[in-house]
Design a protein around this ligand. Structure first.
Ligand SMILES: [Zn+2]
Length: 184
């Protein structure tokens, strides 16, 4: 089932998401629906707050970017109760977009290495270091669990320039072609 996407201006995107446990209702179905929604909207990652659930869950499939980033070939993963351990390395810029901020892409600087502890869909614990394209997608999705959007991380000048567009989305005057939750 394709789920409606919450857009910037919706307070759920600003909340710190909470852990879930194995008894979380219909988790398998939720994960299936999140992948379906992500593919339908041409996303490479989707975090639960974006579909209105403030829980620590995000899904990723970076395979469509594998021509530019070979490490993303078949990189389809599920991250539950993820927590950042550390980030390190050089800063590099990448032009990011977000299903919750339709029509806007901006260069965002992030560090190359991203170490995360998390559970997978089988509730196996992992403590793993990611880099390159993998780290980039994960850093963006992880930020959603912390209530952070990529537009928080762009230069103040760029933010000022795009602010009218952000306000337009937040006020419901600009919206995507895919299913979304209207902002009040
Ligand atoms: Zn996003």
């Amino acid at each position: 089932m394709i789920l409606p996407i919450c857009l910037i201006g919706n307070s759920i995107l600003r909340k710190k998401a909470t852990d879930i446990d194995k008894n979380y209702p219909n988790l398998d179905q939720l994960i299936t629906d999140m992948f379906e929604t992500m593919y339908h909207t041409d996303g490479v990652g989707l975090a639960a707050p974006q579909i209105g659930k403030s829980i620590r869950l995000f899904v990723i499939d970076g395979d469509v970017m594998n021509e530019d980033y070979p490490d993303l070939k078949d990189f389809k993963r599920i991250f539950i109760n993820a927590y950042l351990v550390e980030e390190e390395g050089e800063e590099w810029s990448f032009n990011e977009g977000c299903l919750s901020i339709p029509g806007i892409r901006e260069d965002v600087k992030r560090l190359t290495k991203f170490r995360l502890k998390y559970y997978d869909e089988n509730w196996e614990f992992h403590d793993e270091i990611f880099d390159g394209g993998r780290a980039r997608i994960m850093q963006h999705e992880y930020d959603h669990l912390e209530g952070i959007l990529f537009t928080d991380k762009i230069s103040p000048i760029r933010r000022k320039l795009i602010n009218p567009k952000l306000v337009s989305i937040a006020k419901g005057k600009t919206f995507p072609k895919y299913k979304f939750v209207p902002n009040k």
